[in-house]
Design a protein around this ligand. Structure first.
Ligand SMILES: NC(=O)c1ccc[n+]([C@@H]2O[C@H](COP(=O)([O-])OP(=O)(O)OC[C@H]3O[C@@H](n4cnc5c(N)ncnc54)[C@H](OP(=O)(O)O)[C@@H]3O)[C@@H](O)[C@H]2O)c1
Length: 295
């Protein structure tokens, strides 16, 4: 019999992911801190739950898609959390991007109650969540990973078991280092092209087909040209991820000079009150430095 799934955190990513699980035929219990997300999914066939504890009581596998380390700790280990409703054999899959160290701590607390944990952060953005084409980077025991593989296949296309608990989050931080530096490179090229007076759309057409192509160039640059700064991925979340990467790197005495630079530039964007805009708003910091606006 298919696992009964619980889903906690129905934001930009969680909502389409939960929807894909319903489409794949899973029985789904849902909970979100704010009500509207729950009601929307309930209209589509999910069962509303009253707390993370209630979700765990009704489920074989509970997925969380919340924001940061403290949020996962709260829904997993806090009052009315997963730990209070879960029984021996329950699996908690955390798909949020959080600290590898906190992941290991949550996993070991849950293990005391016989609850298995997988860290399974994703890449691919809102569009990947909607299309069910996410990349999923998994940490945890091999047998738990294999058991949950059909669930991952309903959500993503590339599913990689990276190692023990925390390894999925570490790989996701590698992903964020590359994503943020690609974003910076793309924004710099747009500002440079604008000031040099070349047609930015033609520049993207030529550069996007060659060795310099990237997800940022193909997906975020056109939004900048349309002055569309609505979030697929919010600046505040990118800053959280870069902070997590810098903290983890510091613990291992690894300098990340490029990551530090882009973190500072995003701080300038946040200082302008733009933390809820999409990460393409990075261009606004560079526009200010160059005294221009990308066209
Ligand atoms: N957006 C992307 O492109 C993307 C891509 C890959 C990974 N991610 C990662 O995926 C996670 C979710 O991102 P998102 O873009 O979906 O964010 P979002 O739209 O801000 O949604 C966050 C969700 O978490 C809930 N939440 C936050 N803190 C909570 C807490 N303490 N207790 C209970 N619920 C809590 C929020 O509830 P409320 O509705 O009540 O606020 C909301 O449902 C983040 O870790 C992010 O870094 C995002």
């Amino acid at each position: 019999m298919a696992d009964r799934i619980g889903f906690i955190g129905l934001g930009i990513m969680g909502r389409p992911m939960a929807r894909n699980l319903l489409k794949a035929g899973y029985a789904l219990a849902v909970w979100n801190r704010s009500r509207p997300g729950i009601e929307e999914l309930a209209r589509e066939g999910a069962t509303p739950a009253s707390s993370p504890q209630d979700v765990a009581r009704q489920s074989d596998v509970v997925i969380t898609m919340v924001t940061d380390s403290a949020d996962v700790e709260e829904v997993a280990l806090g009052p009315k959390g997963i730990i209070e409703g879960g029984r021996h054999g329950l699996v908690h899959i955390d798909m949020s991007t959080i600290s590898p160290a906190v992941t290991r701590r949550v996993a070991s607390r849950l293990a005391e109650k016989g609850i298995e944990m997988l860290d399974a952060p994703v890449s691919g953005g809102e569009t990947g969540a909607q299309a069910g084409t996410l990349s999923v980077m998994v940490g945890g025991k091999e047998e738990t990973f294999q058991r949950c593989r059909p669930i991952f296949e309903a959500l993503g296309r590339t599913i990689v078991h990276c190692g023990p608990n925390g390894a999925g989050q570490t790989v996701k931080l590698c992903n964020q280092i590359v994503v943020s530096l690609n974003n910076l490179a793309m924004c710099e090229a747009l500002v440079f092209a604008t000031k040099a007076g070349v047609d930015t759309r033609r520049m993207l057409e030529a550069v996007g087909a060659g060795a310099a192509s990237s997800w940022a160039l193909l997906n975020l640059a056109p939004k900048i040209l349309d002055r569309d700064f609505r979030p697929g991925f919010k600046v505040a979340h990118q800053q959280k991820d870069l902070r997590l990467a810098l903290e983890a790197a510091e613990q291992q005495a690894v300098p990340l000079p490029g990551t530090s630079l882009v973190h500072q530039l995003f701080a300038a964007v946040e200082a302008e009150g733009l933390g809820t805009e999409g990460t393409q708003a990075l261009v606004k910091a560079l526009e200010k430095l160059a005294g221009t606006e990308v066209r």
